[in-house]
Ligand binder design. Structure first.
Ligand SMILES: NC(=O)c1ccc[n+]([C@@H]2O[C@H](COP(=O)([O-])OP(=O)(O)OC[C@H]3O[C@@H](n4cnc5c(N)ncnc54)[C@H](O)[C@@H]3O)[C@@H](O)[C@H]2O)c1
Length: 316
């Protein structure tokens, strides 16, 4: 059975470890921060309890996840390495260089970058052919989607292997034909966030109203019918005519967002700052985390999640 090594045991690293261990894989996790590494077992146990893992299985699954004190220790026992360190190109480059000194030339490396170019992440690697973009969504042990993409120099055999492993885990694996920053999901998500901030800045409505509109309309439609199927459903002439009259009014901004700049300057950084686009009194963060996970589980339990007969977007 494949043994995984995960570099970076933060939010995503520990979550990916849980997803892999629940499927029976052994996982070693290394983190540069000893406090994070020491707390790994507790965070894994909490995640497993949230998944509803029965008590008798909990320790068996948790024991598949071990803390590796050094990168060398992690590298020694890993057939596939997952990079889940912070989203900074220089940090990723340092970790990849250190890893390549310690793993075999053929060991696949999966990067969990959200929005960096895979070709840029691979720059400077001795063997860029082994780097695959494998983008999990948080929490990785709940959200079905994993997006897989090659960098410019990735050997497609590594991409195919990643897809096979993820399919075997029961994930909804989508494969991109080429490297684009943000894969598919984050590009769609941030196109929407950009337009929402644009509406705020134009004084059209407040932040609560934007969330109300989303949660009471589009969020109800999209689990059942995606935007492409919906475009066909309403008809492509109508879709074309809406886009041609609305298009010029939508935000195409590439620069800064004054609304975000002002809030951040005032220390209103969102959940962790006690305020952001919305107020974040004590306890709200926990409540939102619970509501988020419960909401996702509720959606997943409601058939049909993936209607039969609809092909994956990337199956050609
Ligand atoms: N947070 C999300 O929802 C999400 C979703 C998908 C992908 N991602 C991506 O996953 C990656 C990790 O994000 P995260 O949210 O888990 O961040 P995080 O800050 O929670 O975890 C990163 C961990 O890496 C450790 N680290 C830093 N430098 C290191 C080094 N040189 N060697 C070993 N460990 C090191 C840190 O101590 C930290 O524990 C990023 O690329 C991010 O963009 C995040």
């Amino acid at each position: 059975m494949i043994r995984f090594g995960i570099v970076g045991g933060g939010l995503m690293g520990h979550g990916i470890a849980v997803a892999l261990a629940r499927a029976g894989f052994g996982v070693a996790v290394h983190d540069a921060d000893p406090v994070t590494l020491a707390g790994l077992g507790e965070r894994v146990a909490r995640a497993l309890r949230r998944c509803g893992t029965p008590a008798q299985e909990l320790s068996e699954v948790a024991e598949r996840i071990t803390a590796a004190a050094t990168l060398a220790e992690l590298a020694r026992g890993s057939d596939i390495v997952v990079e889940a360190v912070p989203e900074r190109l220089e940090t990723k480059h340092q970790v990849l260089a250190a890893l390549e000194e310690r793993v075999s030339d053929m060991t696949p490396i999966w990067t969990n970058t959200s929005v960096l170019s895979l070709t840029e992440v691979a720059r400077g690697m001795r063997h860029p052919r082994r780097l695959v973009g494998v983008h999990w969504w948080n929490p990785p042990y709940v959200i079905p989607l994993v997006e897989v993409a090659p960098g410019k120099e990735t050997d497609h055999r590594f991409v195919e292997e990643a897809c096979e492993v993820l399919d075997g885990l029961g994930k909804t694996t989508v494969r991109l034909h080429r490297d684009v920053p943000g894969f598919i999901g984050n590009r769609l998500q941030f196109a929407l966030v950009r337009e929402a901030l644009h509406l705020l800045e134009q004084g059209v409505c407040d932040a609560v109203t934007i969330d109300t509109v989303m949660r009471s309309s589009l969020a109800l439609r999209w689990p059942a019918v995606g935007p492409m199927e919906n475009a066909d459903f309403i008809g492509l002439e109508l879709t074309r005519s809406i886009l041609s009259s609305l298009g010029p009014h939508l935000s195409a901004r590439t620069g800064d967002f004054p609304v975000l700049d002002e809030l951040v300057r005032a220390g209103h950084r969102g959940r962790v700052g006690g305020a952001g686009l919305l107020p974040w009194p004590e306890g709200r963060g926990e409540e939102v985390a619970r509501r988020l996970e419960a909401g996702i589980r509720h959606q997943l339990a409601a058939p049909p999640h993936h209607p039969a007969g609809v092909r994956r977007a990337t199956e050609g």
